[in-house]
Design a protein around this ligand. Sequence first.
Ligand code: PMP
Length: 331
Amino acid sequence: MKYAAHITDLVGNTPLVKLNRVTEGVTDATVLVKLEYLNPGGSSKDRIARNIIDAAEREGKLKPGGTIVEPTSGNTGVGLALVAQERGYRCVFVCPDKVSEDKRNVLQAYGAEVVVTPTAVAPDSPESYYGVSDRLAREIPGAFKPDQYSNPNGPLSHYETTGPEIWRDTDGKVTHFVAGVGTGGTITGTGRYLREVSGDTVRIIGADPEGSVYSGGTGRPYFVEGVGEDFWPTAYDPSVPHEIIAVTDAESIEMTRRLAREEGILVGGSSGMAVVAALKAAASAGPDDVFVVLLPDSGRGYLGKIFNDKWLRAYGFGNAPAGHTIRDILA
Ligand code: PMP
């Protein structure tokens, strides 16, 4: 019989698929996307959750009956909840209010408790999602805070799994790796591995929502979820990426919608953002170049937002400037 003993045994080994239509007339390079929504919890965050909890158990930071407390935009929560339910831990997650209700409902479906905080406060405010989660981690007995923003086991999971998978599945032919930057764990771990294994020939490109600190912004609000920051997390090693490309919300949303309609790939806004950055870089690449773009999660969590014309119009994306064809899509 062929089966996995535990749901967490199914994390990783996600497939690569080639983009065919959105690349037409843009690049001669091969652009492959890695479908992280095929992880059991639906995102790349399953990888870090499993690795962080394994390490916490080994180090005695998480004991039987313990509680996991984490500020998370949803995907890390799902990954943590999946591992926690398998092993009998309680979960309390703190989310900013811009996170879609669908995503919060998923966390609750896994049996987690969810606390919602305002997005429009400074990261060092006691009301911020970082501030609230710190307080809960102090107050709840037996609490363990994975802290995906600083836990080295996050980037390490990508160094140990995502990077080797990409190298193996491309037979070492990958020339560029592109990923959105949130905590920075994906780009740091995967990028470091690919640089090392290739003799430093793979080019590592970060994608960042315009306004976020990684591409020189101040941290002003933007819509794409899960990426960009208003501070510099230690999970991110800025020496790993060669380049960071800023992408506007309008560009990210448009590409996310095109991926679903033209490629049959239903993914979230940070995936659209990463593909925009990849195509910008691939525009000057040659036919022998092989881009791998990591797509972190599914579009199912965003049906009421990015895929909802009424929601887009309400936020002004129906009036996007010329060149941003959201307007055409909604016309
Ligand atoms: N996209 C989504 C939807 C995410 O939830 C995350 C994680 N915050 C990322 C991209 C970025 O990944 P990382 O934190 O590894 O930089």
